[in-house]
Design a protein around this ligand. Structure first.
Ligand code: URA
Length: 234
């Protein structure tokens, strides 16, 4: 294998390519996510191309790519930050504790999880070791940018009526660095260019991290109120 080489002019994204040719689309180690995504039309084809994505370094320590899941004609797409430990092992988004909380609240507000396309801004689990535990580590701007073509391809394939951004990472990736979930949560945003309606809310894992029972109950209630706004748009 040739030594890894940084693409000139793209230092931030730090895309690494280890081969000689950009032409062979089967050689995923050579391609950026944008190139891989552009060659695919169906979600199944996108998922299988993303399985070999090497557009940033996160694949090296992740078990697998966790691509989005849900109906191709889903009216609502929910976008989280990145898969967690459980998702990384299972290969499916939102199957860990945050996903279970999301499921409960979706049911409460009358949205079927099976009707939702669930995905993440970054498709590999980023973590640091603490003893034997793998602790979530926030993706940086370069990793978000490297992974963005997959999200754009999912949005183009599903064309949801409503996009729900879960938490500050997804919100800022899609709505800009100055976007504040705290002040804008639960509002119907309709001029984003992403989907006819966008609603931002907190990430369900933030509710799980609330310091005590009372704070957790309040945070859960506010989350349910935001998702009720989504339910009314469907
Ligand atoms: N958190 C996320 O943002 N996405 C998942 O899939 C799981 C936890």
């Amino acid at each position: 294998m040739l030594p890894a080489e940084e693409i000139p002019g793209d230092r931030k994204a730090k895309r690494v390519f280890r081969g000689t040719s950009w032409g062979n689309r089967n050689d995923v180690s050579n391609a950026s996510a944008a190139e891989l995504a552009a060659a695919q039309r169906s979600l199944a084809a996108l998922r299988s191309a993303a399985a070999g994505c090497r557009a940033c370094q996160l694949w090296e320590h992740a078990t697998q790519t966790v691509f989005g899941e849900g109906p191709r004609d889903a009216a609502v797409m929910m976008i989280g930050e990145q898969p967690g430990d459980k998702e990384d092992l299972a290969g499916h988004p939102f199957v860990g504790p945050a996903g279970r909380l999301l499921d409960e609240v979706l049911e409460e507000v009358g949205i079927e999880r099976d009707d939702v396309y669930l995905t993440n801004a970054v498709k590999h689990f980023k973590w640091t070791a603490r003893g034997k535990r793998r602790i979530h580590d926030k993706p940086n701007a370069a990793e978000l940018a490297a992974c963005r073509p997959w999200l754009d391809a999912e949005l183009a394939a599903v064309r949801p009526q409503v996009v729900v951004v879960l938490g500050a990472t997804a919100a800022q990736a899609l709505l800009g660095r100055s976007f504040r979930v705290t002040s804008q949560r639960g509002k119907q945003l309709d001029a984003t260019g992403i989907a006819p309606s966008v609603v931002a809310t907190v990430h369900p894992s933030s509710i799980l991290r609330a310091p005590d029972e009372t704070a957790r109950a309040e945070a859960r209630q506010a989350f349910a109120a935001d998702l009720a706004v989504v339910a009314r748009l469907l």
